[in-house]
Design a binder for this molecule. Sequence first.
Ligand code: ATP
Ligand code: MG
Length: 320
Amino acid sequence: MAEPQAEQTTGTPAAAPAARPAAAGDGEAPAAAGADGSATVPAGTGAAPTAHVNGAGPADDRRPGATTRVPTVVVDGLHVVYRIHGAGTGHGNATAALRRLLLRQGSPNVHTVHAVRGVSFTTYRGEAIGIIGSNGSGKTTLLKAIAGLLPAERGRVYTDGQPSLLGVNAALMNDLTGATNVVLGCLAMGMSKEEVRERYQGIVDFSGINDKEDFLSLPMRTYSSGMAARLRFSIAAAKRHDVLMIDEALATGDRAFQKRSESRIRELRKEAGTVFLVSHNNNSIRDICDRVIWLERGELLMDGPTEDVVAAYEEHSGGK
Ligand SMILES: Nc1ncnc2c1ncn2[C@@H]1O[C@H](COP(=O)(O)OP(=O)(O)OP(=O)(O)O)[C@@H](O)[C@H]1O
Ligand SMILES: [Mg+2]
C-alpha cells in the first residue's frame, strides 16, 4: 500500500482545521480479502492536493452566520479509488503481492472501483450529519477516508483532531471477554487506567450486556451481532469525541438500546463535537440529525436540512 505523504498543505481554506493527508495508515487494516479471496488495497499515492478553487468548496460556507461557526471537517474534492489485485483469478493474496513487488511487475487484472467521486462539504461543531444513500453508494468509504483509514486518490480531508469511526467492524477482539474488551477499548481511546476504572461500570450498565446473564466474562465471539454492536457503541460513547462517526452501529441494537444511544448522541453533540451517522433507518436520521448528505454512486447528490434531503431520497427510492 502506498504510504501517505506527509506533505505540507498550502491553500488551506480559511479557518479550516489542521490539514492532514487523508490516510493515517493505522487502525483498521485497509487491505482486506475480497469475497472471492482477492486482496483489496485502497488505491492512491497519498493525497494529491487539488486546487482550492472554491476554498472549502461547499456552498454552506456562505450561509448567514457561517463565519462564527467552527469547522470540524472539510472534505474538498475527495476521490477514493479501490484497486482490487488479481480480480477474477483468485491470486490476490499476500504471497502474490510480494512476488509482484520483488519482481517489480505490474499487477495483472487490476480492477478499480471509484467509490467516492469529487465530494466536497464542510461540517461544523455541534452538527449531527446523516449520511444516506443506497447500498454501495460510498457512505462507509467516505467515513473511512475522513477517519484517515483510506487514502485519497485526489482531493483533501481536513479534520479538527482525530475523528473516531465507530462501525460495525470496529476492532474489538473476538477471543477476549467483553470485560477485557471494555478495558482495552478505553485504553485504546487514550483513557488512563484510573479513568477506565471510573468509567467501567457506566459502560457496562449502558450496554445492558449483563442485564440477563453474565455475558461480560464470555468471549465476544459468543455475542450476537446486536450485543457486540451495543458494546462497541457503549465503549466509544464513554468518551467525548471531537468528531464521532457512527456507521450503522445503532441499527443492530434493539429499540430500547436505540433510544438510549440516540440520547447519548445528543449529549455528545452538546459536548461540542460533530457526529456523523450512516443509517438506512430514515427515522433514526430524522430523530438525530439536523443536516443530511445524500450520496449516490459516490457522488454528493444533496446536502441540506434533514427533512428536505430525506424527503427527496424517499421519493427517489420509492417512498421508504
Ligand atoms: N474493500 C473494498 N474493495 C473494493 N471495493 C470496495 C471495498 N469496499 C467497498 N467497495 C466498493 O465501493 C463502493 C462503495 O462501497 P461502500 O461500502 O462505501 O458503500 P456504502 O454506501 O457504505 O454501502 P452500504 O449501504 O451497503 O453499507 C461499492 O461499489 C463497493 O463495492
Ligand atoms: Mg456501508
